[in-house]
Design a protein around this ligand. Sequence first.
Ligand code: GLU
Length: 327
Amino acid sequence: MSRRVHLLGTGGTIAGAQPDPRHAGYSAGVFPIERLLSAVPGLAELARLSWEQIVNIGSQDMDDSIWLALATRVNEHADGAAIDALLITHGTDTLEETAYFLSLVTANATPVVIVGAMRPATAISADGPGNLYNGVAVAADPRAPGRGTLLCMDGEIHRPRYAVKTSTMGANAFSSLLGGLVGVVQTGRVAWFEPAPAIRAATFSVAGLDRLPRVDVLIAHAGMNADLIDAAVAAGARGLVIAGVGSGNMSARAIARLADAAASGVAVVRSSRVPRSMVLRNGEVDDDRYGFVAARDLNPGKSRVLLQLALTTTNDTQLIQEVFERC
Ligand code: GLU
């Protein structure tokens, strides 16, 4: 009996439409999930499908409330007995953030595969149908349980922790920079590179939450001033992630102002704007002295996700640092 895969549509280029396929202009999040499925031959032979539309938006508009609604829906389906796996269609711009968020707030027993596309559904050589086909194959694979949330694009299966959008051109837009792929999939044939991990519970519970703590991301640059730090703190940020230069560094005046913010209870995380980076504690910046947290290899967008979740459990920077070592 084939496995039951439930699809959750959220929009993105995979659901996008162009007024004219010969021109670049298009709108993301136009077609409903059932229209996307109807464009893919042979899906019903891979799995028994059901679906629902959560939202239909460009993923730049994903926010905490949609993430929490999505997590609630994923957990309801995973806790029930009606389905074996989930597949989410999503815009690629924030795909890695949503995937990482879900990987932290759901158990890993039920596979949750997230797919997108770089070319709209109406494009000449649209990549969405192939990604959907492969995504359903990955979700339905009997060796998928235990792998939790996976990001599947252009035949590559990524862990959300390591997947990064590294290109705005072409279908091969994602790379697993420091972590490596979990597997590959070619026209529905899945090859895993490692056995599935043991079953584990969600790292964070978001049950009952209707918002997450505000965390802002600021990009460092040569001669960074402190004005935007002040603005973020004044706007009520409980955490700040700095996309630092090099190994999470920033100007002396930015460090001084962030140290003040940390002393007043704002969690400050040093990440890096460099794609392949490792921000270690007490490197060029003395985290112990300033009360900062080092993000290690987690990029700024995902550091924001992790800090938001960590702040639902603690304000203690030492404990938050431990979260960044563990997740
Ligand atoms: N900005 C849109 C989004 O992330 C379109 C980009 C895409 O899906 O590739 O949903």
